[in-house]
Ligand binder design. Structure first.
Ligand SMILES: [Zn+2]
Length: 230
């Protein structure tokens, strides 16, 4: 499982799409990750699961729109228990940290890489329910728990692991988020505060005054601390 693509700054920060291939519908991943995921999908099917992507590649502009909308109160900001927070009483720094629990900075999302995706099983989702991407759906007692268990036992064979398996730093546990290790591990080592600042040049990033001032600290807590071991 060796990746031969040359990794560029634009690829790390979600500003190029040349390395992507279609997984299904409008879901795209790096071509090697597509091949690996499809092999895992076939094995899951044998085991009775309909393993499907919920979210795959996301570009810089999309992450920027999510970040800015949360910062401006146009999208809810959730606490550790997925309840909306009153952001009107928060300082810039408190708000940035609250958003970082569930959302990455524009340019620093693992969904930029083409290696990472969110998964679910539509056949396990009760008809009247909408997919929430919240931990209770995937944990013991939740309707996707059998899939979580199957993935834990099998995904390693296909090169996938969960970077947000345990709460580390201030990032929430995301049992639905899988990462194709051979690619993600290379990119993770190249993403630095300097490469992120280069991607932010001439871009509107809400809260950037506070963020730039605390970027090394933010990196250490929310980006570097993520589980790197498959
Ligand atoms: Zn995700």
């Amino acid at each position: 499982m060796t990746i031969t693509t040359t990794i560029t700054l634009d690829m790390i920060t979600g500003r190029s799409t040349g390395h992507l291939a279609t997984l299904s519908g409008n879901h795209r991943l790096h071509s090697d990750a597509v091949t690996a995921f499809q092999a895992m999908q076939a094995a899951a099917r044998e085991a009775g699961f309909d393993l499907q992507p919920a979210s795959t590649f996301r570009d810089f502009q999309r992450q920027q729109a999510i970040w800015n909308a949360k910062f401006r109160g146009e999208r809810p900001v959730l606490d550790a228990d997925s309840r909306p927070i009153d952001i009107s009483i928060m300082s810039e720094g408190e708000l940035c940290r609250a958003i970082l629990r569930w959302s990455a900075l524009p340019g620093a999302s693992r969904h930029h890489w083409g290696s990472d995706l969110d998964i679910y099983d539509p056949s396990l989702l009760p008809a009247e329910h909408k997919l929430q991407l919240e931990p209770w759906e995937y944990n013991v007692g939740g309707y996707f728990h059998p899939l979580t268990t199957w993935l834990s036992a099998n995904m390693k064979k296909y090169g996938f692991y969960r970077p947000f398996e345990n709460e580390q730093g201030g990032v929430a546990v995301e049992p639905w988020h899988l990462s194709y290790y051979p690619l993600a591990n290379q990119i993770q080592r190249l993403l630095t505060p300097t490469s992120l600042l280069a991607a932010w040049e001439n871009e509107e990033i809400a809260g950037s005054t506070w963020l730039v001032k605390h970027l090394d600290e933010i990196f250490a807590q929310y980006i570097t601390k993520v589980n790197e071991v498959m």
